[in-house]
Design a protein around this ligand. Structure first.
Ligand SMILES: [Fe+2]
Length: 325
């Protein structure tokens, strides 16, 4: 009799625990964000992008790039950021050891944890050899970690740009030639190269989705990559400085599914900031030489109880044309 009653009690406890677990699981899957945080400490992080040592720099010893990076690091250190993200194009020529030594010397002066991802000048183009070279130099090409209840996830945009996008470009090119009756060129000679990049993107995408799924209950989810998914508008024209339409829709849908808050990119050497379907797309201007209306600077991000403030700031002490306020 006693044994029966103990079994009954154990079964009741098991049922209660099971019920609670199922309820918690249902709550987590229904609500993209957990909002019941009781305590939160405000913090700052910084995004630096495109120091690109050697880019548009004819000065002896790449003095100009060195100075731009050095002044930016000096200014960023005064902000005491929790961490610093360098979103690619670390140096202009991935195989130039002198450029790399300048990059490393400045990077080592950053008084915070630094996380990097590759730009198109760091793996140029995406192929197994260039990718392996990057991994040998930097150790990793993606990251995912938590800080103060927020998720930080960075990945490589090169395999996306150099895989499916190049393949799709070529298909369109062949179709155009067929339509105009012009001679069809052997566009698919690089198929093996694209295939490697496409496989790399597939693998990375599986990893990315896994990491985003795990991050769903975080207070904020921040994503980092080199090439912007979009700069200003989801319908903008495909070009060198954004994802092709099919890719951008695919990634934006993924970010929406898992509640990504801000996507940080670089590559354009001028800053943009736009919001699509509740996701903010920040494209920071360069630490190094700017293009067009751009100017050298870095993105300062303050995360508070009430939200996320992102601001692109000109590097102090650099003589350059700034936009009128
Ligand atoms: Fe770039």
């Amino acid at each position: 009799m006693k044994r029966f009653s103990i079994n009954l009690q154990a079964r009741k406890i098991f049922q209660s625990v099971l019920c609670l677990t199922i309820t918690l699981c249902l709550l987590a899957s229904c609500s993209p964000k957990f909002t019941g945080w009781s305590k939160f400490t405000e913090f700052t992080f910084v995004q630096m992008t495109d120091p690109q040592i050697g880019f548009r720099d004819n000065t002896p010893g790449f003095e100009k790039s060195d100075s731009l990076f050095s002044k930016a690091v000096e200014a960023v250190n005064t902000l005491h950021p929790k961490c610093v993200f360098i979103t690619g194009d670390l140096i202009n020529d991935a195989y130039d050891k002198y450029q790399d030594s300048i990059y490393r010397a400045n990077r080592s002066k950053i008084n915070a944890d630094v996380y990097e991802i590759p730009g198109n000048h760091d793996i140029r183009p995406w192929n197994p050899e260039n990718h392996a070279h990057y991994l040998e130099l930097r150790g990793y090409d993606r990251f995912s970690f938590r800080l103060n209840g927020c998720a930080f996830i960075g990945f490589d945009s090169n395999c996306i740009k150099d895989g499916w996008e190049k393949f799709e470009d070529s298909v369109v090119s062949v179709q155009n030639q067929q339509a105009t009756g012009s001679q069809i060129l052997p566009f698919f000679k690089d198929m093996d190269l694209w295939q490697d990049a496409m496989d790399a993107e597939d693998n990375q995408l599986k990893w990315l989705e896994r990491e985003l799924r795990k991050a769903r209950s975080c207070r904020y989810i921040f994503v980092f990559l080199h090439c912007p998914v979009i700069r200003e508008d989801i319908a903008e024209k495909d070009d060198y400085f954004n994802f092709h339409k099919k890719r951008r829709i695919k990634y934006i849908e993924l970010f929406k599914k898992y509640g990504v808050d801000v996507v940080f990119a670089g590559h354009t050497h001028m800053d943009y900031d736009t919001t699509v379907d509740g996701i903010r797309f920040v494209t920071a201007g360069p630490v190094g030489s700017p293009l067009g209306r751009g100017y050298s600077g870095y993105e300062v991000v303050t995360v508070t109880e009430d939200g996320v403030d992102c601001k692109y700031v000109a590097t102090p002490g650099v003589s350059q044309k700034l936009p009128e306020k």
